[in-house]
Design a protein around this ligand. Sequence first.
Ligand code: ARE
Ligand code: CA
Length: 484
Amino acid sequence: YKNPYYAPGHSTMVHLFEWKWDDIADECERFLGPRGFGGIQISPPNENVIIWQYNRPWWERYQPISYKLVTRSGDEQQFASMVRRCNDAGVRIYVDAVINHMTGEPRDNIGTGGSTADFRQWSYPAVPYTAQDFNWPHCVIDGWDYGCCPDKVRNCELVGLKDLNQRSEYVRFMIVGFMNKLIDLGVAGFRIDAAKHMWPEDLQVIYDRLHNLNTDHGFPSGARPYIYQEVIDFGNEAISRDEYTGLAAVTEFKFGLELSRAFAGGNQLRWLNTWGPIWGLLAHEDALTFIDNHDNQRGHGGGGVILTYKQAKQYKGATAFMLAHPYGEPQIMSSFDFTDSEAGPPMDSNGNIISPAINSDNTCGNGWVCEHRWRQIYSMVAFRNVAAGTNVNDWWDNGSNQIAFCRGGQAFIAFNNDNWDLNQNLQTCLPAGAYCDVISGSKSGNSCTGKSVTVGNDGRAQIYVGSHEVDMMLAIHRGDESRL
Ligand code: ARE
Ligand code: CA
């Protein structure tokens, strides 16, 4: 369950938060596939309760009312078409699976597919689930429980969401049926929402009953789904991420916290020369890594000060480091712009999601941030693909916040997070020749729209990153996008 089965030459997952299926399919074909992205985490595809009381917040999608594939993102047919088109473009789909619970007790009672429920009776006829399918007696998790009481964290309600009993064979059957349907439609794996709130042994049973990936969608025979489990573990709670790594991969929340701290200036970049498990991070193959996610970018769930698109220079620096470094399986957040942390995606007065507009400079409009379309970010996905299979070598630092390293003989990157210029003759490990920096610009014909770098026969080059530049890094590599 730890292999994402990316298409050859692809890497990196992007979370297209609240995107519609038709728009995702277009994005696979026009951008993500050609740019070498590996996969997409989509918002939960199954029917959720509509919450007009809070003007359709993004979090209504974490309140399932059935397993029908009908949401604001699209219906089952649109879902199937998206998966087909994305797989054909070499981009995998990973489903955010909300299987710990159903809804809370919202004032509204109608789902995105027209289903209703009787919340107070734990009755969800469109699945169907009845009271006996939920944990009993009913209780709600409070903050203290995380420190003391694994049984409460797993058997009580997370923020009042009706808590399913995954020990029940019937509940397992419904969950497995839902997930297998998605696998048969061609998805490559799952994010397991609120995995901490389910017993590892129950999850193991569920995972082991999943189908192999669909060979009609280009997966090898016998391939198991990629599973990454949402377990927030900063090391001070009764439930540890280590209880889940035996099953499948785990979301590594310390990763974004430490890189955010460093790139926001709270820790010197030179210390990143040991980046990886020495920092208390999970083993490489166990870690789904990211700077921010849809919760902590808006102060929901998970502690710490996290960089987001709102601190663009530092955020791009942290993201570039994530993509340049071989540790972990990276995921990029792709957001809609927000000031209100509850607000849902751009929508019309009927609650329909408004599609992102695509500008001529590759960026998005209509309220969509599309970090994955920022040149400094998608260029680093290409960098990662060129550097695949190599380690970090020829680390250099200035004893503070200027660092540089090579990835084998494939790629080179330098960062300057000091408030003075970086201007050094450094080892790039690349063949002699001229290269375009893929951060300040791109290659255009036989020249560079941004900086160019001349590598000598000894592999060395003069590297300049001014402290007042828009970006704090410079990156060159052997791929077509950089080599002149
Ligand atoms: C909403 C309302 C609530 C209301 C509830 C039920 O906001 O006020 O009580 O509905 O009516 C998201 C939102 C929630 C929202 C929920 C359902 O964030 O606000 O509730 O959707 O609509 C813990 C969990 C972790 C979880 C975070 C948020 O361990 O699994 O809390 N993250 C996932 C998703 C969320 C989603 C859910 C789970 C629910 O990523 O987007 O919630 O499906 C410490 C602990 C963490 C704990 C954290 C916060 O750090 O270590 O384990 O995270 O505190 O409590
Ligand atoms: Ca539970």
